[in-house]
Design a protein around this ligand. Sequence first.
Ligand code: SAH
Ligand code: SF4
Ligand code: F3S
Length: 457
Amino acid sequence: MSQDKPKAYVNTIGCQMNVYDSQILAGLLQNAGYEQTHDPDLADLVLCNTCAIRHKAQEKAYSFLGRFAGTRIKGDRPLTIMAGCVAQKEKEKAFIRLPHLDLVLGTQAFGRFETHLNALAAGETRIVDTGPSENIFEGFPKDAPINPLPGKQVSRFVTIMQGCENFCTYCVVPYVRGKEKSRDPFAIVEEIKGLAASGVREITLLGQNVNSYAGNNGKVCFADLLHLVSRVDGIERIRFATSHPKDLSQDLIQAMKDIGKVCNHLHLPVQSGSDEVLKRMNRKYDRDTYFTRISALRQACPDIALSTDIIVGFPGESVSDFQQTMNLLETVEFDAVFAFSYSARSFTPAAKFSDQLDEQTKRDRLNELLDFQEKITEKKNKAFVGKKVTVLVEGDSPKPRDGFVKKNKNTRQMFGRSDANKIVHFATDKAAIGDLVTLEIINAYPHSLWGEVCESD
Ligand code: SAH
Ligand code: SF4
Ligand code: F3S
């Protein structure tokens, strides 16, 4: 580490795709001579990779970047960059609240990031690039991403698609991420080979709707891609997100059954249990179709863990619509539910619907749903007690849990994720990050499990 290098701080808000994008931006910053710092106050350059999905996420970006305006008076203000989805959405408007911004870098402008860094170094300021890109993947590294960012090293994300054209009526993504584009399967496999060589054991393939992947001019579908990735030596586990229920094909279900490395977990956002609401959301499936897909999945992969996303308080959601969502949760019994209160977003049709619900109603419904689901999640977790699961060890547990006994001076408490995506904590004096360890589940909590290492391990 050189003392002379300028320091960059990268803050990531938003989804897994943003985490991946931040790795690329951090790699490009490293190429430009920056080293990463964990302290934004020491940084010569501050970049926030932003998310526009809900009002709160957007506000978080504005408030974080706003912190770097004040030091301007002293003349030692860091270069301040807004990147990603809010940048793409706001364009020049970002300067109204953040006049000190030096660069507004849209989601398709990463390939021009280095050029803009050079322009900033030459004294240019207030650059806005939210233009399109011929090849959205051009800013991606040719081999494994350099990724100077801290984070999990055994489990990594790999983006396989950009954009979305589904235009769900509540969602800003199609307006900030552009058209759906599939990345070249060869480039994906090459990147994963590089990651495997550097010690990565688990890959999560990312896209807004991975089921509609159509690589190599439509010749390679998502099920084909899973087969290709599963042949990479060193990769033990494959996950993916997100799947759209309307595109969950029998081919994919079969691939999930056939490929041992594909984890026994599917995230399948349903959004609502009411046909009326699903129609106004433009989700293109109904409640029965969702149930049919879940049955097909459970038939092929009996113990599959399921998770979903729910929006409560969509415009016009009646008490009975909401009850149908609760009923769907009761019927499916998801392992995990990510629930959000509806947030009106610019450009989207639903923001203009006349029957918006008040904030209190939305909050009450969200809390009722979360309380209800917590009991289901706990029940699902309890069903693991007495069973054996294999976890991929990710690191040391952040704090000691019940059940932790220090048997000798080397005993540490570590955690890993099971095939079904459950976090399991355990005590060990042997395991290392990246190991696959078989545990017997002793105890279950709402958000995690406690296991003991099986003797044979
Ligand atoms: N492509 C994925 C999800 C992307 S956004 C899919 O189709 O499922 C992640 C989640 O944010 C969505 O599943 C949805 O539940 C939630 N979300 C999107 N727009 C929202 C909005 N305007 N208000 C509240 N939640 C929203
Ligand atoms: Fe948004 Fe719908 Fe596309 Fe998902 S599928 S990103 S919810 S528009
Ligand atoms: Fe947010 Fe953009 Fe992802 S809006 S959810 S960071 S695609």
